[in-house]
Design a protein around this ligand. Structure first.
Ligand SMILES: C[S@@+](CC[C@H](N)C(=O)[O-])C[C@H]1O[C@@H](n2cnc3c(N)ncnc32)[C@H](O)[C@@H]1O
Length: 368
């Protein structure tokens, strides 16, 4: 069953699912905040934090048992090359991180969600908690997990306004992310106009996670659905979702939220930046007339160095050698091979032209 909201207990529901069946899990479990009494703002009004029943546990042992049970269930249903993200605050993330490793997950990153608009520490008794931590892990050390590296670079901006695509000029994404706490119109309200859920996560954060660590058509599961933010991100980006939530009310509003989402085909959704270029051979480019048997190969601003053979190799110093090793030898470089496409030029219309540019022309011609 995919693209559905399951109203039930996540451990029971996950234990019913087939092993190795989901590609990505995002889990935002109860943090066990241990808030006692009513939190007061400085001016005396009550602060509406998370004191929900679903966040209450009797003891560290019972929280650890619960955490181990749901993490084991996640581990079983995750595909061998799948990955999991778990978010938590300082109250729980150390417990969770330790159990994740006991269960068999392999940690690949921890990410700081630096809140642009954190809740103040009203009494001024300690630092305000202005971040939460996300742990990203794979099913095992050898998992070949999805990481859309170039898509992550495209998304490496601080504000939505900057999101026009840059064509690869942005920097590598780091492990500190800045998003605002979910507020304003993004925050779901019930029919009476009250805040529906105390811990709704920012959609932009979930979109980032889904975009960089899954592919279109993948199955994304969230065992603690809440307002269904993960499902919304998944649907918007063309992934399938399975959302589990024990509370009927959250399910009802969450389903409505999901029904209003439409898939939008964008380069980010398709992870187009990460698509591998079409593989082509020198030999086929000679047959197609993009290169010519017997033509001279040059380095930038050099005399002719080698000549092209019909099999795509270069004739150099009396031998036929592949163009990559030839580039290394002719340049006197110690490496066995250089990427010949970065070094060789041929004459076109009297001008030295990079063979890499000619290969691009051929790829384009072939795709049309
Ligand atoms: C931290 S909230 C998740 C919020 C969600 N990420 C969002 O953006 O709205 C945790 C949710 O897990 C649900 N929950 C807690 N224990 C559960 C269980 N054993 N099975 C299913 N849902 C559970 C709670 O009702 C709550 O809505």
């Amino acid at each position: 069953m995919i693209n559905c909201v399951i109203n039930g207990d996540s451990i029971v529901e996950m234990n019913r699912m087939p092993a190795n069946s989901v590609d990505l899990i995002f889990a935002d479990p109860p943090y066990w905040m241990r808030t006692e009494g009513v939190l007061k703002r400085v001016e005396g009004t009550d602060f509406d934090g998370c004191d929900d029943d679903w966040d209450k546990f009797d003891s560290l042992e019972s929280y650890e048992k619960f955490t181990e049970d749901w993490l084991r269930a996640c581990h079983r249903i995750l595909k061998p090359n799948g990955s999991i993200w778990v978010i938590g605050g300082m109250q729980c993330i150390y417990t969770i991180g330790s159990i994740m490793q006991n269960v068999g997950f392999w940690l690949i990153n921890d990410v700081i969600w630096h809140k642009k608009n954190p809740t103040p520490n009203f009494m001024g008794t300690r630092l305000n908690n202005s971040h939460e931590t996300l742990i990203w892990a794979t099913k095992s050390k050898t998992s070949k997990y999805t990481f859309n590296y170039k898509t992550a670079k495209e998304l490496n901006v601080d504000s939505v306004e900057e999101k026009a695509y840059s064509n690869g000029t942005r920097k590598q994404m780091g492990s500190v992310w800045r998003f605002s706490v979910c507020s304003g119109t993004e925050r779901l309200k019930d029919d009476e106009g009250n805040k529906l859920h105390s811990t709704q996560k920012p959609l932009e954060m979930l979109e980032r996670i889904v975009a960089i660590s899954s592919s279109k058509g993948d199955i994304v599961l969230d065992p603690f659905g809440g307002t269904m933010t993960t499902g919304v991100a998944a649907k918007k980006l063309g992934r399938n979702y399975i959302m589990i939530e024990q509370d009927k009310k959250y399910c009802k509003y969450g389903e409505k939220r999901l029904s209003e989402v439409v898939y939008t085909e964008t380069p980010i959704a398709l992870a187009q930046y990460d698509e591998k270029p079409l593989k082509v051979t020198m030999e086929e480019m000679i047959i197609a007339g993009f290169f010519f048997e017997g033509e001279s190969f040059y380095f930038r601003n050099s005399e002719p160095i080698a000549t092209l053979c019909s099999n795509g190799k270069l004739f150099y110093n009396g031998n036929e050698v592949d163009m990559h090793s030839c580039a290394a030898t002719a340049r006197g470089v110690k490496a066995n091979r250089l990427n010949g496409f970065d070094y060789w030029y041929v004459l076109r219309n009297g001008k030295l032209t990079s063979i890499s540019d000619i290969r691009e022309e051929y790829r384009l011609a072939k795709q049309q």
